[in-house]
Ligand binder design. Structure first.
Ligand code: SF4
Length: 338
């Protein structure tokens, strides 16, 4: 039964209470400036607790990567944060200087992007890149640098002999592992990952992601993980946010979202990929395509594609409703029920 909570501000509702959130995103709005600005992230709120694994899924262009860039303060022009805040370990990320951000990156928060080939420097060995990352943050003897570099490569399952290798001498899977090694060199509190396995084949994907999950359990860092692969995230994340057209449509414990998706878009996404367990069922896609974010639809952004659309949906923007104990859903259906 739906239970709207009108007395709570929306940002508080999207944030499942955590004792001490490591990361708190509140009403974040990001736009790409142009004659007709593109609002790629629209009033997104999210909390990540220490050691938590939070997945973000959605179709291409729904704003999930822009959200990660904004959280990591890596946005470049014409993208900019218009309003809202990102608080990480008490720091207001949007108001830090580049110097202050440099102190936080790698040590407290690190980022693994889609293609390691683009992120790694092609003319430096893996060892030199690890050394540079460490030396930028602390004074360590060459022997200690080498020892830590070897340790961190072993951690991700790479033979330390590859400290002498250049990126092009490694396979795609090893390059991604090397990127993850760099991200973990200081044992940060939060690792942000944007489709880190998308360039790999399915077997390499599984092996890499299982290793990440294992390391997360051992070291205890939190992960914010963006993917469009629902089956991958189903095994990994504690909580799952489903994004549509720059907004979070549903947020809840991953198990709950998979077993009982509430938002019609979540239902459509889940019906669009095969389940390994359970009876065979026909796969159905979601009709239509995501909206142009320069001119998003009025009311609910999903209404032109929604199979359960009602009159109110094209008129009024839906509020956030708490459904069950933990699920948060932006949809008029639950207001109507209540
Ligand atoms: Fe569908 Fe209306 Fe819910 Fe939007 S608010 S998802 S259009 S039922």
């Amino acid at each position: 039964m739906a239970a709207p909570l009108p007395s709570l501000p929306e940002s508080a509702m999207w944030s499942v209470p955590a004792d001490e959130p490591l990361l708190e995103v509140s009403d974040l709005v990001v736009e790409y400036a142009s004659d007709e600005p593109v609002r790629a992230v629209d009033k997104v709120s999210l909390r990540v607790g220490r050691g938590e694994f939070v997945g973000i899924v959605g179709e291409s262009g729904c704003g999930k990567s822009t959200l990660l860039y904004a959280i990591s303060s890596l946005l470049t022009s014409p993208a900019r944060v218009v309003s809202g805040s990102v608080t990480f370990k008490g720091h207001q990320m949007t108001s830090l200087t580049e110097d202050e951000l440099r102190q936080i990156r790698w040590r407290d928060l690190s980022v693994v992007m889609q293609s390691a080939m683009n992120a790694l420097n092609p003319v430096l060995t893996i060892g030199a890149q690890l050394r540079d990352a460490m030396a930028a943050h602390e004074k360590v003897s060459p022997a200690r640098l080498r020892e830590r570099s070897e340790d961190v490569l072993r951690l991700v399952g790479i033979d330390p002999i590859h400290l002498r290798s250049y990126p092009h001498q490694l396979s795609g899977g090893m390059r991604q592992r090397a990127m993850i090694a760099m991200a973990l060199v200081f044992k940060p509190d939060l690792v942000i990952m944007d489709e880190p396995t998308s360039a790999l084949d399915v077997v390499a994907q599984r092996s890499l992601i299982l290793r990440v999950k294992q390391l997360q359990r051992e070291i205890g860092f939190a992960v914010l993980f963006v993917t469009h692969d629902m089956s991958l995230v189903s095994h990994l994340s504690d909580r799952l946010a489903i994004m549509y057209a720059g907004q979070i449509a549903e947020l809840g414990p991953t198990r709950e979202v998979f077993s009982n998706p509430r938002h019609p878009y979540s239902q459509g996404l889940l019906q669009a990929f095969p389940s390994i367990r359970g009876p065979r069922r026909p796969l159905t896609g979601i009709p239509g395509s995501p909206p142009d974010l320069r001119r998003p639809p009025t009311g609910c952004r999903f209404h032109p594609r929604c199979g359960q659309v009602m009159e109110v949906c094209s008129r009024d923007e839906p509020r956030v409703h708490q459904v069950g104990d933990t699920d948060l859903v932006r949809c008029h259906l639950y207001e109507a029920e209540a």
